[in-house]
Design a protein around this ligand. Structure first.
Ligand code: SAM
Length: 235
């Protein structure tokens, strides 16, 4: 059983991602696609340690997070004590009223939910979104290679800051990266299914279509080509 100490350590390591250029760019892509207007109430489903919620706030939105991890929520609240975030499982009925959000986003979370439960999560998103509201989802794809992300990071860092900086930076990365792989291995073992259900090509679009959303965008490659981002509207 993975205890609270484990999750605390996991999320501490998770936040090393904030130094990774493709991850920073991924959060920017989600925010760009959201087309945030001042004061808009935006649900971030699977808000983790709050990295995306904080970006939404910087752009003038009013994020509301939901996550099943109390540890993630505690770290999020440390970063932003005033934040609105609730503890909850996305596979349950969501603790929000019908038509209560201007927009909804979810980044790298749905892949952790078994395929057969994703449709009901989408139906809940549809219920709580205002008519005309936009949903933006992005998820890791099934050909996922974490090395592609680090390769792109190193290449961009090299162009920005030169070789010495890159070498120093790699040393900083090695330990948390190894830890992250190890923790992911423990999580997968705990779940007993051996792997996450990463997204297949076209699957994200189909999921939105099957659950009533319209004006669905094409799938855009993000996160150094290791994830796809799709948006749609409640019509
Ligand atoms: C990889 S993290 C992504 C966090 C954040 N969205 C980001 O972009 O950095 C996935 C998050 O989804 C949460 N999560 C996974 N399955 C969930 C579920 N069924 N209900 C609620 N949260 C879930 C995990 O606790 C974790 O915080």
């Amino acid at each position: 059983m993975l205890d609270t100490k484990f999750w605390h350590r996991y999320f501490q390591v998770y936040d090393v991602l904030n130094m990774v250029i493709p991850y920073q760019e991924l959060l920017v892509s989600v925010c760009d696609e959201l087309e945030i207007k001042s004061g808009e109430r935006i649900l971030e489903a699977g808000s983790g340690t709050g990295n995306l919620a904080l970006k939404i706030k910087e752009r003038g939105g009013a994020p509301v997070g939901i996550d099943m991890s109390q540890e993630g929520i505690s770290i999020h609240k440390k970063k932003d004590p005033g934040t609105e975030v609730v503890l909850g499982n996305l596979t349950d009925k969501l603790p929000f009223q019908d038509n209560s959000f201007d927009k909804i986003c979810s980044n790298n979370t749905l892949y952790a939910i078994p395929r057969d439960k994703r449709g009901s999560v989408m139906k809940e998103f549809y219920r709580i979104l205002k008519p005309g509201g936009k949903v933006v989802i992005s998820n890791i794809i099934d050909s996922f290679s974490p090395f592609a992300i680090y390769r792109e990071h190193i290449s961009k860092e090299f162009k920005r800051n030169g070789l010495v900086y890159v070498l120093r930076n790699i040393l900083k990365f090695i330990k948390p990266t190894i830890k992250m792989f190890y923790y992911n291995h423990l999580i997968r073992k705990e779940h007993g299914d051996g792997d996450f259900d990463f997204f297949k090509e076209g699957e994200q679009k189909k999921l939105l279509e099957e659950n009533g959303f319209g004006n669905i965008s094409d799938e855009k490659k993000v996160y150094a080509g290791q994830a796809v981002l799709t948006s749609a509207y409640k019509i």
